[in-house]
Structure formats: structure tokens, C-alpha cells
Design a protein around this ligand. Structure first.
Ligand SMILES: Cc1cc2nc3c(=O)[nH]c(=O)nc-3n(C[C@H](O)[C@H](O)[C@H](O)COP(=O)(O)OP(=O)(O)OC[C@H]3O[C@@H](n4cnc5c(N)ncnc54)[C@H](O)[C@@H]3O)c2cc1C
Length: 809
């Protein structure tokens, strides 16, 4: 076996092989895949092989589309049998809410470019004449997907990879992985040692065991999952066409034709059963092509439902049962990207629909490894979207919930309680008693809206019964004063003699020179694209306080700490949990705070975009005069444990001004009225500050910084797409992000976020469109829930208080 490789991939299932093939396609052929058994002998060989296109998440839909484009070609590319069946799929809807969702997914499909039609019961019966459509109101018919033989397809991708020069060694287990002093990895195997620049954990259900070799944890819980194949069905015997793969949420099952038999798979809704329960949930190293005992009882109620739908199957006996293991993550998306805290140690695991996803995951992870970035937004896949809060208990609870809800409809606004609360502030209970409805952000419970009259949200894709509640919160902030607990921000202190020079090197904007100065800055990749956005405050000569998005805590800590060069005197400290943050915003915020502090708050002494250490009600605060809602206001960062004291004082002093609690939905409404971009949605690794129209936050004159050269290139060449601010002629539904934008009946862009602006009473969106359509005044159309609405490109300045008079006031 070779002793050096640029990349070693541990695991030869669909995920590892998908990556191997795409690394080779990218031109990296010095790649070695190590498999302890035969290729596919983990979860891959026994999968049912379905490859759906219908996915409600934009990035995941792109990933599935890669597979459905590649798999049909693989057999002719390699000569290896793949058994691609392009029979399409139909997902059934029995509720109006599901139909709404179909419309949303249909918007996504149109932009990505796979065929999908929302069809009625008659059409469903025409395509699948055996189905009883009682209670069905619609079907989402995807025409470009189907099913494959997973083992054959994986072997074909392996063949394609080795044809390009990549290497595979089978029956050779990786027994240890060690980091060498020079940063390379020593991969110890049963048959020798390989030194590699990059190591990828693609070990499926064994992923925890492999990551533990490098003292790292992965949030994966392995479940059992079963599908059943019946005896042959007479009606299928001499039928030319195959029925599509049916996905039936009312039964929580998928079913299809397997030659002349039926194949029925069940996601039990009453329980998710962990795999290897007697072994702490993890397989032994000897586990190879392992299946578990069938459990008919577990699936009986689901089967009854399927037989009602497909009566021709009710007399058929069961020929075989496959009960195998699947890895699930807390949010059911794969773990695709760098492992937190490690350099060049990557994860390509945690895929619960890994047959469909293997090729697409491989493609985008290969781009990331080779080019330092992928062409799709990786935020929902990056393993660092989980932190230490995603421990074993959390992961199991979330993953089990994800499994039982595999076919459930997830409407925007839904709050899934499994595993919560994971991270709370000392104000958690107090706010809950005041009606706070929380959402989860990187494990934190973050206030979303306040139910003052006890109402519960009626979930919908359209404006619903909390529309007016959010409007009232916005009014309270805008006309009086509001308080928001927003401690979930990630917070870092960067200090040391070289801190300023370091930050000027890693961020595109110049760091504030004056003490108390505040700057918005972006950390770019070498390709000039956005990695993160930070609000940087200079708190002393050699110390800076950085605020970044909650979900970026691990990513940003890695990005900062891993950028320190040898000899640089810089220290990066994650202080997220030490500092609480209360935001006080609104026209009365100054008067309110003046009652609680002796410090000067007037604009002559405490200007917008500056910070000071002040005492508020006796609590020491790092007060920063910024906010995301466009009103006069301060962020009060303070010792976390003193939050109840500070909040109590604010409420008491604020009662004379009609103070309101507000939450993240009100913030979203107000931030879009200011045209502020959101990291992860509007600002992603797919784009640079030029496309995002953020050049004013880039200082090309200050000297070199990471990504400068590439960014200058992008600026000089011009960009193909540009961020625009849209005024949407919406009816009762606003953009959510992912909606296609049309000009002259052609898709020319996609929305990245949207909301209703309650202060201005306008439905607004941010979108990326082809540059020629980005001029103010340009008339476009945006498709919201399959309804084309007019949209006008706005002048790129806030629709609310364009001169920032309120912020400066
Ligand atoms: C019954 C059932 C039906 C399913 N149906 C579908 C479906 O229709 N569509 C779909 O998309 N998905 C389906 N799945 C899920 C799918 O099987 C998995 O998501 C997918 O196989 C995961 O692929 P993987 O490469 O991550 O893991 P695996 O296929 O398990 O590959 C990991 C590999 O790593 C190897 N390995 C582990 N540790 C080491 C080590 N130390 N050294 C060397 N090698 C090591 C293992 O031997 C294994 O071969 C189904 C799963 C089940 C159980």
C-alpha cells in the first residue's frame, strides 16, 4: 500500500466513494480510499436505492439533483451495472398545508432545473392506476428521479474514480489517526501507515468511532430502518411501465415496484429504534454487511395504511425484509465539511438518505477541499453548525425526532421541542412567563415573539395569526422602546500586541483605530467570497470584541484561531457564554437608559457606531451603539449572570415609556426594511462582497488582506449576478428565500430572504439576479407559492429611514 497520499478517505460507502470520484474529477487523483470490508458493506449495500428530487431545502435539493443527473449516465460511463430506474416519484398530500408546501418546493425545483408538477388525484391514478386516492388532494410528481441498485451505483462511481487515477484499498481497516507536528495526518491501518495532507471521515455508522481517534465527537445517532419486499404481484407481471416511487406521509411510508414485487419502507412514527442498542449505539469493528432481526410488529399499523392505498398488495406475502442501520444527525442533514477545531480533517458522513446524496455531497465537498470553497451555500451542511451542546443525549433526541418525522410536514414557524432547551440564559424562565415563544439558534433558546394573550401560532406558509403580534412588537419598538435578549450572538475577544495587524490581515475592512470604535467587517476566503461577518469593537489598544452570528461560533473561532501565523502575538478567546446581551431600541431608549446610568448618552458624547464601558443599574455594561433594527438604541453586553438584575431595571424604568419585549421575527421585519443582509442566507460562501453590494465595507487601501487579490479580480471582471432589494407586490405570503425571480418569463435569479416590513407596510426581499436586471426601477416577477407577483428593484438604500436619522439621533 502507498505510504503517502494527498487525501485519505476512510470508508467506502456511497458518501466516501462519491467524494473519491469528485476529487478525481477535480483533478486530485493522489487520493486513497480505505475500506475495512468490501465497498458498500456498511449501510449502502442494503439500501432501497430511492433518489428523490423533492426536497424542501434549496442546497439539499441541489445535492439531490447532482445524483439524479449523474446516476443515469454512470452505467454507460463505466460499463458497471447500476440499475437506474427513471420512474419518477409522487409524494401525496392529504392536507391543504402539504399542498402549500408542494408549491414552495415547486418554486425551488424551477430554479434548480428539475421537472416537478403538482397534480390532482385523477392524474395520480392515471400514472399509478393501482392507487386508492381517498383523502388525497394532490401529488408532487417529480419526473427526473427514480431508484438505483445502491451497490452497483457505488461500484460504478468507484470504477469511474479509479479510471481517473484514484486508488481504493479494501479489507484494510483504519485503526488510528494521529496529527503529525507538521500538520499532516498519519493514518494507521491494518496493513501499514499512510501520511496524508487531508483525512476524510466517511465511515457512516462508524463515524463516531473514527472521529474519536482524533479526540473529536460527531453528533450522529444510528437507527434501525426496515423495508419489505413482497412476493410477485400479478398485475405488475406484464405491465410495460413501472409505477413511480410513491411517498405517502399519511402512512409515513415509501413504496414502489421492485421488478414485479412491491417494496415498502416504513418510518415508524411512534418510535425510532436505535441500532446496536446493546453496544451503546455503535457497531463493533467486525460489523460487516450486518442486518438486524426483522420487526413486523413495529410496522404493522403503517402496513395497514399502505394496503388501503394499494389494495392489490393486500394478499401478497412478504418475501424478504431488510432491517439495516442508518446514521442520523440532529437536523437530518449530512455532516459535510471541516471537523471543528481540526485542520484538514473533514467529515463526509451522517447522511440518512446517502444513496441519493452521495454524489452531490461528494461534488461539493470535493470543491471545498480542492478550491477552499464550494459553489453552494454550505451553511446547512457544515459540521460546525453543531457545537458542544450537541452531545450524545441531544443528538439522540433530535435524531430520533428527525426519524419519526421523516415524512412529516415542517411548516415555517414550527418549533420542534426534542432535545430542548440545550442552552439558556438566566432570563429563560422569566421571559417564558412573559409569553416568550422561543426558537433555537445554535442550541440557544432565542426569543422569537411574545404571546401576550396566550395565543399559539397557527402554522402556515402565509401570513398567519401572529402577523399582527409581530406588527405590534415592531410598533412598540419604533414608537416607544423595546428590549430584546440576544445573548446567542457568538462573541470573541482577540487580544495581544499584534491583534490589530492580525485582524486587518484577516478581515476585509480596516479595524477601528479609536478606542470604542465599531466596524462591520467581513472575513473572506482566498477566493474573495464571504466566510463570516463580524461587528468589531476596539475595547483597548490591544483588545477587540467581535460579535458574529450564533450559528457561526465554532466556524468563526476556527477561522480566527487557525489564521494566527507563527510569531504573531495574538490570542483568540471564545467568550460567548460569559457575556449576556440585552438590546434596548426605540425613540425612548436614551431617556430610559439615562434613568439608570450616570454616563452621557447624547450623540455628542456617545455617537452611533461607538462603544463605551458604562454602568446601567449598577451592572457593568459594554454598551455598543449599534442595532439591527434601525432605531436609536444600544446593545448592552454584560456579565451573563447579572442579566436578571439588568433586565428587571430596564423593565421597571421602561414602564413609563411603554416598553415592549420583542423577538427575532420583529427583528427580521425591521432589518429587511433597513436592507441589512443576513449571514447564512443573503451572505454565503457562494458570493463575494461585490455581488452582495458591500464594497463600502472593504478597504482595498489598507494593505493586503485575505481574499484581496481575488476580490480585486472579481471587481475588475464584473459579476454575473448582483444582490437587489425588491419591493414585492405580495398578497398574503411573503418571500422566505429560495423563490425564483423572473424577467420576460425566464428565471434570472433567486430570492435569498424576505419578510414583511411592518413599519413601512411593504413586502420586501433580497435576491440575487443577473446583473443586467439589477438596475433600480427594473420590473421583475417573483414566484411565491406558485403565484407570480410583480416586484420592483429598489434603489439600494433602506426603505425605512434611508438617512439613518434614527440610528444617529
Ligand atoms: C433499510 C434501508 C433503506 C435505505 N434506503 C435508502 C434509499 O432508498 N435512499 C437513500 O438515499 N438512502 C437509503 N438508506 C440510507 C443509506 O443506506 C445511507 O444513508 C448510506 O448508505 C450512507 O452511506 P455512507 O457512505 O455514509 O455509509 P456506509 O455505506 O455505511 O459506508 C461507510 C463505510 O465505512 C467503512 N468503515 C468504517 N470504519 C472504517 C475504518 N475504520 N476503516 C475503514 N473503513 C471503515 C464501513 O465498512 C463502510 O463500508 C437506507 C438505509 C436503510 C438501512
Amino acid at each position: 500500500m502507498q505510504t503517502h497520499a494527498r487525501v485519505v478517505i476512510v470508508g467506502g460507502g456511497m458518501m466516501g466513494v462519491g467524494l473519491l470520484y469528485h476529487l478525481a474529477e477535480e483533478g486530485w487523483t493522489d487520493v486513497l480510499l480505505l475500506e475495512k470490508g468490501e465497498l458498500t458493506s456498511g449501510s449502502t449495500w442494503h439500501a432501497a436505492g430511492q433518489c428523490p428530487s423533492f426536497i424542501g431545502d434549496y442546497t439539499m435539493a441541489k445535492i439531490h439533483h447532482v445524483g439524479n443527473t449523474l446516476y443515469p449516465k454512470l452505467e454507460s460511463m463505466t460499463g458497471q451495472y447500476t440499475s437506474w430506474h427513471g420512474c419518477g416519484g409522487i409524494r401525496l398530500a392529504t392536507t391543504q398545508a402539504e399542498l402549500e408546501w408542494f408549491k414552495h418546493v415547486s418554486d425551488i425545483a424551477r430554479h434548480i432545473g428539475y421537472r416537478m408538477q403538482v397534480i390532482g388525484p385523477d392524474e395520480i391514478r392515471r400514472i399509478n392506476p393501482f392507487i386508492d386516492t381517498s383523502g388525497v388532494i394532490a401529488g408532487a410528481w417529480t419526473l427526473d428521479d427514480g431508484h438505483v441498485d445502491p451497490a452497483g451505483t457505488c461500484q460504478a462511481m468507484a470504477q469511474a474514480a479509479t479510471n481517473l487515477g484514484a486508488s481504493i484499498v479494501k479489507r484494510n481497516r483504519v485503526t488510528d489517526i494521529r496529527e503529525l507536528p507538521g500538520g499532516e495526518w498519519e493514518v494507521v491501518t491494518e496493513r501499514g501507515t499512510v501520511v496524508a495532507e487531508h483525512v476524510v471521515n466517511a465511515a457512516g455508522c462508524f463515524a463516531q468511532r473514527v472521529s474519536q481517534m482524533v479526540a473529536s465527537e460527531v453528533p450522529i445517532w444510528n437507527t434501525e430502518h426496515q423495508f419489505f419486499i413482497t412476493e410477485p404481484i400479478a398485475e405488475f407481471a406484464d405491465r410495460g411501465a413501472e409505477i413511480p416511487v410513491m411517498r405517502d406521509p399519511s402512512a409515513s411510508c415509501y413504496y414502489r415496484q421492485e421488478q414485479t414485487s412491491a417494496l415498502i419502507g416504513v418510518y415508524e412514527t411512534h418510535e425510532a429504534v436505535g441500532a446496536w442498542r446493546d453496544k451503546g449505539g455503535l457497531p463493533d469493528w467486525e460489523s460487516d454487511s450486518e442486518l438486524f432481526e426483522p420487526d413486523y410488529e413495529r410496522v404493522a399499523p403503517h402496513f395497514e395504511r399502505v394496503m388501503e392505498r394499494m389494495p392489490i398488495w393486500s394478499e401478497a406475502g412478504i418475501k424478504s425484509v431488510t432491517n439495516g442501520a442508518i446514521p442520523h444527525t440532529p437536523d437530518d442533514n449530512p455532516l459535510l465539511g471541516p471537523a471543528g477545531g481540526l485542520r484538514n480533517f473533514w467529515l463526509c458522513c451522517g447522511a440518512s438518505i446517502g444513496i441519493a446524496q452521495g454524489a452531490g455531497c461528494g461534488k461539493y465537498l470535493a470543491q471545498w477541499i480542492v478550491h477552499g470553497d464550494a459553489d453552494v451555500n454550505m451553511a446547512s451542511l457544515d459540521p460546525r453548525r453543531f457545537g458542544a451542546f450537541a452531545d450524545e443525549v441531544y443528538s439522540e433526541k433530535k435524531a430520533a425526532d428527525a426519524y419519526v418525522q421523516m415524512y412529516a410536514l415542517h411548516i415555517p414557524g414550527e418549533e420542534r421541542e426534542a432535545g430542548r432547551p440545550a442552552r439558556t440564559t438566566p432570563l429563560y424562565r422569566t421571559l417564558r412567563e412573559r409569553g416568550c415563544v422561543y426558537t433555537e439558534a445554535f442550541g440557544w433558546e432565542r426569543p422569537k415573539w411574545f404571546s401576550l394573550d396566550g395565543r399559539e401560532e397557527e402554522l402556515s406558509y402565509r401570513r398567519n395569526n401572529i402577523f399582527e403580534v409581530v406588527a405590534a412588537e415592531c410598533r412598540g419598538v419604533s414608537e416607544r422602546v423595546g428590549v430584546l435578549e440576544l445573548s446567542s450572538f457568538s462573541k470573541f475577544e482577540v487580544s495581544g500586541a499584534d491583534a490589530e495587524a492580525f485582524l486587518n490581515r484577516v478581515f476585509a475592512n480596516r479595524m477601528p483605530r479609536k478606542l470604542g470604535g465599531v466596524r462591520l467587517a467581513h472575513l473572506l476566503g482566498a477566493n474573495g467570497r464571504i466566510r463570516t461577518e463580524a461587528t468589531v469593537t476596539r475595547i483597548s489598544q490591544d483588545r477587540f470584541y467581535l460579535l458574529t452570528a450564533s450559528a457561526w461560533e465554532v466556524k468563526d473561532f476556527d477561522a480566527l484561531s487557525q489564521s494566527i501565523q507563527e510569531g504573531e502575538e495574538v490570542r483568540v478567546e471564545n467568550v460567548t457564554e460569559s457575556w449576556g446581551n440585552l438590546i434596548v431600541a426605540g425613540p425612548h431608549s436614551r431617556e430610559l437608559l439615562a434613568r439608570l446610568t450616570k454616563s452621557e448618552l447624547g450623540s455628542d458624547r456617545f455617537r452611533w457606531l461607538t462603544a463605551r464601558e458604562i454602568s446601567v443599574a449598577g451592572v457593568p455594561c459594554r454598551a455598543i451603539r449599534v442595532n439591527y433594527v434601525g432605531e436609536l438604541g444600544w446593545e448592552l453586553h454584560h456579565p451573563m449572570e447579572r442579566m436578571p438584575e439588568l433586565y428587571g431595571a430596564l423593565l421597571q424604568a421602561g414602564s413609563d415609556y411603554g416598553i415592549v419585549d420583542f423577538g427575532a421575527l420583529a427583528v427580521d421585519s425591521m432589518r429587511i426594511e433597513k436592507g441589512y443582509r443576513g449571514i447564512g442566507a443573503d451572505l454565503t460562501n457562494e458570493i463575494s462582497p461585490i455581488e452582495a453590494d458591500l464594497e463600502r465595507f472593504v478597504d482595498f487601501e489598507k494593505g493586503d488582506f485575505v481574499g484581496r487579490e481575488a476580490l480585486l479580480g472579481i471587481r475588475n471582471e464584473g459579476v454575473a449576478s448582483q444582490l437587489v432589494y425588491l419591493d414585492v407586490a405580495a398578497s398574503d405570503a411573503d418571500c422566505m428565500g429560495g423563490e425564483p425571480i423572473y424577467a420576460d418569463d425566464r428565471v434570472i435569479g433567486v430570492s435569498s430572504s424576505g419578510a414583511y416590513g411592518h413599519r413601512t407596510q411593504r413586502s420586501l426581499a433580497l435576491a440575487y439576479v443577473e446583473t443586467e436586471f439589477s438596475q433600480p426601477g427594473q420590473r421583475l416577477e417573483v414566484e411565491v407559492l406558485e403565484d407570480r407577483r410583480g416586484a420592483t428593484v429598489l434603489v439600494n438604500q433602506p426603505v425605512f429611514d434611508p438617512a439613518n436619522a434614527r440610528l444617529r439621533g
